[in-house]
Design a protein around this ligand. Sequence first.
Ligand code: HEM
Length: 334
Amino acid sequence: MPRSMKHSLQDEGSVQTLVGPEHRHRKALFVGMLDTPARTDLDRRVAEAWQQEWAAASGSPVSLQELAGRSLTAGVCAWADIPLSDRDLDRRTTEFAAMIDGAGSFGPRNVRGRALRLRTEAWARQVLRDSPTGTIPAKVAGHRDADGRLLEERVAAVELLNLLRPTVAIARFIMFAALALHLHPEWRARVAEDEGSRSAFAQEVRRTTPFFPVVGGTAARDLEWEGVRFARGDWVIIDLFATNRDPRLWEDPLTFAPDRFVTGEPHRNALVPQGGGFYEDGHRCPGEPATVDLLASAAGRLAAADYTVPGQDFRVDLRRFPAQPEDRFVLIPA
Ligand code: HEM
């Protein structure tokens, strides 16, 4: 990945920069911390934080990105046993959002994201030192790499942030879910009442949301894959945006149709908004199942809630990366 992006999102020494057995070993830490009971707990914590934020915003216009971002920050920190004062919550929400927002740009947005990152990393290092045994930060701090060595504190802080910050990025998908409910109100009742429809809706939002359009990397060794030869160091780009809309994989790909997911799970290399391949053995996002759960729950809450949507600009500029509805989906909770 370009260095500016790597600095915003992953950084040197993080799981995303490792290959082979070292990567598999580190990746298992993430997959293990996000198993089914952990995901259920995370979902519950975020729902609790959401109720508070929703009640606090009652009667006034709020951007859903902000409301969801604060709920996710408060929820994921509660899940990880990280105490947050109100001031901490404001700071962390702002910092995480700035890093995500800056990831795909090379100008001031990126510089701002990287500057705030230094502050967040200092905070994460303190969290690692303060956290009691058995908590998520203590698990990260106590993780031993494949060679038996503990992670350097700098790397442990980066990996802790690799759990917290991308969870907050789900706010972007939630904004697009609200936009989809707004544009397709016929889905509201099903999403509010039926769990299967809720998941299908979340999957279709992930398929159609222009989040990260591509992921890139370099070939770790000389190899041949499906008849194409790669030399060590060759650049490879996976076009996530196009794969999610490829007419060879999707019927009527430009239509928003959650029912396409009601009948079963898509092929792992067809629905790829969070990378392709396998979790354990490749770089596919280990937070994907948690993302689907949290997005489906948020869509369910929105579909069941009473709110108004004032006039605003819903356009999505695909040249902006990461993309978003122009006014960040403003709503007024009843
Ligand atoms: C908005 C939701 C999210 C999006 C759009 C997203 C997207 C991605 C993408 C595109 C990749 C790279 C995949 C590849 O290189 O093939 C990735 C990797 C990763 N994601 Fe996510 N992600 C999200 C949520 C999460 C969550 C909730 C977590 C953790 C709680 C997480 C943790 C990670 C980590 C640690 C990696 C590196 C994996 C590796 O290198 O093996 N992500 N994500």
